[in-house]
Design a protein. Structure first.
Length: 222
């Protein structure tokens, strides 16, 4: 008797995630969605967005120290330029790995956004050291802006980072800013938040849930 053909594996749900490495809230959400990969059948695809690009036309409305970092030559530009350079040279698969290395240095270890921490993150991610030279270069700014625009076009301008795009009704994509969480949920709690995200995405007219944040970023379980 011939062996029956094996069932075709069900493809994993694709989740697109846009981040700026300097944002602690995006970092928290990214660690949540990686936890969801362990408890739900999803696959995360990583994309860069830029707080500097997002805010470049409203710098005068921002606190001066925050705005200064986002002006040309400011520290907010540096990490995302390094990530987009790595992606352009070595492919999409390096993006999540480098983000994890950068976020660990910036946020978990509190080393700040500087050339030294970026260089160390590149070593952690097994990427060439010369990528750090993209720190202050605009070589891939066209690609950076295109990646940023792709995420923003899905969700609109009145957002920050992260942006996630998840399956909606009838195979459509639905994008949200967030979820904003602290600390990053683990295990079944992470799964419940994911299930809730899909639930609200399934309602065509759903746009927003929000409450005032009363806690800062908590990296204690990362």
């Amino acid at each position: 008797m011939p062996t029956p053909p094996s069932a075709t594996p069900t493809p994993r749900t694709q989740v697109d995630f846009w981040f700026d490495p300097v944002c602690p809230w995006a970092w928290m959400t990214s660690r949540w969605v990686l936890e969801v990969e362990k408890v739900r059948d999803i696959e995360v695809r990583w994309h860069v967005m830029s707080l500097a690009v997002l805010n470049e036309h409203r710098l005068d409305e921002l606190p001066e120290e925050y705005a200064e970092n986002m002006r040309p030559g400011g520290s907010t530009w540096a990490p995302v330029r390094v990530v987009i350079a790595a992606q352009q040279r070595y492919g999409d698969e390096v993006v999540g790995r480098l983000y994890t290395a950068l976020g660990t240095r910036f946020h978990n270890e509190g080393l700040g956004v500087n050339r030294e921490s970026i260089a160390a993150a590149l070593a952690d991610a097994d990427l060439p050291a010369d990528l750090v030279d993209q720190w202050d270069q605009d070589t891939y700014d066209t690609e950076l802006r295109a990646s940023h625009k792709e995420g923003i076009d899905k969700v609109g301008q009145e957002v920050g980072t992260p942006v996630i795009s998840v399956p909606g009704p009838d195979g459509t994509e639905v994008a949200f800013f967030g979820p904003v969480v602290t600390p990053a949920p683990r295990g079944e709690e992470a799964a419940r938040l994911w299930d809730g995200t899909l639930a609200v995405a399934s309602v065509p007219g759903f746009y927003e849930l929000k409450r005032t944040r009363t806690k800062g970023p908590d990296f204690s379980n990362l």
